[in-house]
Design a protein around this ligand. Structure first.
Ligand code: SF4
Length: 348
């Protein structure tokens, strides 16, 4: 079976058990969102909830529309019921998932439905942090930005995949926005939420990308000053439009050189962004022990930055206010503003 009929997994398991033989069933496209599939969650305090599958965009490098088909939106009532259920089981952070979360609603003809959903999820009793990934820049509307700005429990972090900073390449990728549009959306986010972190996915070496085109990508990165970014070199995916019609014509060593330049630049930008946080205090949701020491914990700020701090009686799944004392490109390092209630150093 495939992702299109994941909803029949329990039935297929029962059939295979009964017939003592493998069961095969392949669907061309998803008919109903598998809302009733039983789920098990690893984390007691964080939950990931799907709001849609598939994608109506046709980015030429991407295999998702071919594998997952058109966007199918889950009904708002089903999503809220799942969020309420995970909240009643103790989850305090929920991340809404979809290939293109902010086009949510196109499936049932309601533009702007993502902003309404975000607001409704943020109001669910017990949910203290709402995140989502990934939005598409062309669908990043003012309504969603306004809701994010208004509700303190909607995390101030937007992962906004740019892919390239050059209009000719964006057109070849069929991304449906220009550099100018993208930068205007970034400006709108920063106007409404000056403390909002912006991260991205960017890749170099796509079909016909010249040195000049690539320099536009570097200049976009500098202009936005991304807090973090996933950086790649183009690698062709069989079955995509690009694999058929846009030859992969940038030599591998050139792609590697460009990627290394991007990584070097982003490391500087991440460090700049993190150094700006030194002296500030962030509310951190604790996720576990730091890699270096059992005396330190780590967690994430609303901006999705990793924060490492002295334990001082705190535990995983709790919130702590941490004052940042130093930073690397990857991590903020600090101390709790106050120890956990009842904490005495001797007790540890
Ligand atoms: Fe859709 Fe994202 Fe793939 Fe583009 S890159 S087709 S928006 S899933």
């Amino acid at each position: 079976f495939g992702t299109h009929n994941i909803d029949v997994l329990p039935a297929l398991l029962r059939r295979a058990e009964h017939n003592r033989a493998a069961a095969v069933e392949i669907e061309e496209s998803l008919k109903v969102f598998p809302s009733t599939l039983p789920t098990h969650r690893e984390s007691a305090y964080a939950a990931w909830v799907s709001i849609s599958v598939g994608c109506n965009n046709t980015c030429t490098f991407c295999i998702v529309p071919h594998l997952r088909g058109k966007e199918r939106d889950r009904r708002p009532g089903d999503i809220l019921a799942e969020v309420e259920a995970v909240a009643s089981q103790g989850a305090i952070e929920v991340t809404l998932l979809g290939q293109n979360v902010n086009s949510y609603g196109v499936g049932f003809g309601e533009r702007g439905a993502f902003a309404d959903l975000l607001r409704a999820v943020g109001r669910v009793e017990g949910i203290e942090r709402v995140r989502f990934t990934s939005p598409h820049p062309k669908d990043m509307d003012d309504k969603a930005i306004a809701v994010m700005a208004k509700y303190p429990n909607i995390c101030k972090h937007i992962h906004l995949p740019a892919q390239s900073g050059n209009d000719r390449i964006l057109k070849l990728m069929k991304r449906n926005y220009t550099r100018e549009w993208y930068l205007e959306r970034v400006a709108a986010i920063r106007r409404a939420m000056p403390d909002c972190a912006i991260t991205s996915d960017i890749f170099c070496g796509f079909h016909d990308e010249s040195e000049e085109d690539f320099q536009d990508t570097l200049s976009l990165m500098r202009e936005v000053v991304y807090d973090n970014a996933f950086l790649f070199k183009y690698s062709e995916r069989p079955g995509t439009y690009a694999a058929k019609y846009l030859i992969d014509n940038i030599p591998e060593d050139e792609k590697i050189r460009r990627l290394n330049e991007m990584i070097e630049l982003q490391t500087q930008l991440s460090l700049e962004s993190n150094l700006r946080d030194v002296g500030k205090t962030f509310e951190v949701l604790i996720e576990g022990f730091s890699k270096r020491s059992r005396e330190q914990l780590f967690g994430r700020s609303q901006q999705n930055k990793v924060v490492v701090f002295d334990k001082q009686g705190y535990r995983v799944g709790q919130y702590v206010d941490v004052r940042i004392e130093s930073a690397t490109a990857a991590t903020l390092i600090g101390k709790p503003v106050r120890p956990a209630e009842g904490y005495t150093p001797e007790a540890e």
